[in-house]
Design a protein around this ligand. Structure first.
Ligand SMILES: *[C@@H]1O[C@H](CO)[C@@H](O)[C@H](O)[C@H]1NC(C)=O
Ligand SMILES: *[C@@H]1O[C@H](CO)[C@@H](O)[C@H](O)[C@H]1NC(C)=O
Ligand SMILES: *[C@@H]1O[C@H](CO)[C@@H](O)[C@H](O)[C@H]1NC(C)=O
Ligand SMILES: *[C@@H]1O[C@H](CO)[C@@H](O)[C@H](O)[C@H]1NC(C)=O
Ligand SMILES: [Zn+2]
Length: 446
């Protein structure tokens, strides 16, 4: 018994050793597996659906207002306001059955624009160039990251020191520079300045891409019709007004809109609701977790302050900025102030007429239909937008914001395929030149 017992205990000892060893190797292979296979912290939209609904009745309006208020799983693009309104809503995968049931129960007319939004994002990510690509690789067939856009602007300034000056408004909330370029061939200090800002909303990638296209065209084109505008006017372009948000759309959430300021459990102010002019009065939210959060106070955000200071310095000193353009997407619209009220601006008739000519120009060029009119009348009431401030406070007479492609019922929402960058930028640029030409004819630049 005793030798057997001894043998046995040796066996047990060996077994225990083996077991410890085995556990150890499982644990370490688990560890190495994790470090290889842990998915990145990037938002995914697998099987998320995009619905286009039509609110047929007042009851539908009430229902969808309540739904937006209560549901974290339905992302609204616009708010429910009135019957006959069409609304785009993204529904999280786990809520698809509930949402479909709601539509059936209340007979809501609708269409499914996309059954799996992640596919659209995945396709889009194929069109992004790596962020360390050399700046001369810039083109209008891909989307580019912040580093590349900035490196490219620096390259332009180096190669064209007579024409191009690199500008920097200062740092964003997270310490990234807000860079732009000035193209000044007309050295007369009284030359009219056209100011263009884009990328206030992070996910609207077509806006920075269009701004870059415009910089490039102004600088390099030989078409006499365009050269004329490049030579006569002073152009200032800031392609990415929200560099923190833009960066986050590449390394966090492709659908991010706001800046990245921290408010407890949520982040971000909608920078196009933050400007200090009838701030937080309509079409905004007081909740930092919402996509249209107006911020804790009027003009609270660093990025807002930078733009305000830049425009004040430049307009106040030489009073040459006579036209202000803001680029957004999507919906195909060309809009002028105001957004917070139906009350008409002093030069409403001119702005209406100029906007109409700009959208006619696009129709001739590419056949696309862009609706034009005041923000309040054309898209939806909203307050605190940059162009309302530029017009209402700073007194810049000609201010427009563009909603670029796609159409209002686009199934891709903000994810415009890269093959549409060039035609979108072409038509927007042609419309901007029309705005400049018409404003000049009407004496705004004298
Ligand atoms: C939905 O339509 C059906 C058939 O037209 C009708 O019987 C039902 O009462 C409607 N439901 C609501 C909530 O309007
Ligand atoms: C600058 O432009 C103004 C207004 O067009 C003109 O009166 C002035 O002569 C110009 N100055 C020069 C140096 O060309
Ligand atoms: C902004 O407006 C909302 C809705 O009216 C309100 O709840 C919120 O308190 C306002 N924010 C501030 C800072 O006044
Ligand atoms: C404004 O004018 C002053 C002199 O009149 C000039 O030195 C300065 O560069 C001008 N500023 C801009 C932004 O053009
Ligand atoms: Zn926008």
């Amino acid at each position: 018994m005793s030798p057997k017992a001894t043998l046995c205990s040796v066996d047990i000892f060996l077994l225990v050793l083996l077991a410890i060893n085995a556990i150890h190797s499982v644990a370490s292979s688990e560890e190495s597996k994790n470090s290889i296979n842990t998915p990145p912290d990037i938002a995914r939209y697998d099987n998320y659906r995009v619905y286009h609904v039509e609110l047929g009745t007042a009851q539908h309006v009430d229902l969808f207002q309540e739904l937006e208020e209560k549901s974290d799983s339905c992302t609204f693009y616009g708010h429910a306001r009135h019957p006959q309104q069409k609304l785009t809503i993204m529904v999280a995968a786990h809520k698809v059955a509930d949402f479909a049931d709601l539509l059936r129960t209340y007979n809501v007319t609708h269409e499914v624009l996309s059954y799996n939004f992640q596919e659209i994002i995945d396709r889009n990510l194929q069109e992004v160039r790596p962020k360390d690509i050399e700046p001369k690789a810039m083109d209008w067939k891909h989307y580019f990251q912040l580093d590349t856009i900035y490196a490219w602007m620096e390259l332009l300034a180096q190669q064209n020191p007579q024409d191009i000056t690199l500008l920097n408004m200062g740092e964003s909330a997270q310490g990234l520079p807000i860079k732009g370029v000035q193209l000044r061939r007309n050295k007369n200090e009284t030359a009219t300045t056209i100011f263009i800002e884009s990328g206030i909303h992070a996910r609207e990638w077509i806006a920075p891409a269009t701004a870059n296209y415009i910089i490039n065209m102004l600088l390099t084109t030989n078409e006499p019709e365009i050269v004329k505008y490049a030579n006569e006017y002073n152009w200032i372009v800031f392609p990415v007004m929200n560099p923190d948000g833009y960066t986050y759309t590449f390394n966090g959430d492709r659908m991010w809109r706001k800046n990245r300021e921290l408010f407890g459990i949520c982040r971000g102010v909608d920078l196009n609701r933050n400007y200090p002019f009838h701030w937080n009065t309509t079409g905004t939210s007081g909740d930092p977790c919402r996509y249209d959060y107006a911020g804790p106070a009027a003009g609270s955000e660093v990025e807002t302050k930078r733009l305000i200071q830049f425009l004040r310095d430049n307009v106040a000193i030489n009073n040459t900025i006579k036209t202000f353009i803001s680029l957004h997407s999507y919906s195909q619209m060309i809009m002028f102030p105001y957004g917070h009220t139906a009350v008409r601006v002093d030069n409403y008739n001119d702005l209406t007429e100029i906007g109409r000519k700009a959208s006619e120009k696009i129709k001739q060029l590419t056949g696309r239909i862009y609706k034009s009119g005041s923000i309040y009348e054309t898209i939806y009431p909203s307050s605190g937008g940059s162009k309302d401030w530029a017009h209402g406070v700073l007194g810049i007479p000609i201010t427009y914001s563009f909603e670029l492609r796609g159409p209002p019922d686009s199934k891709e929402l903000f994810i415009l395929p890269a093959e549409e960058i060039e035609p979108t930028a072409q038509e927007a640029f042609a419309a901007i030149l029309t705005i400049v030409e018409e404003s000049n004819l009407r004496g705004y630049y004298n």
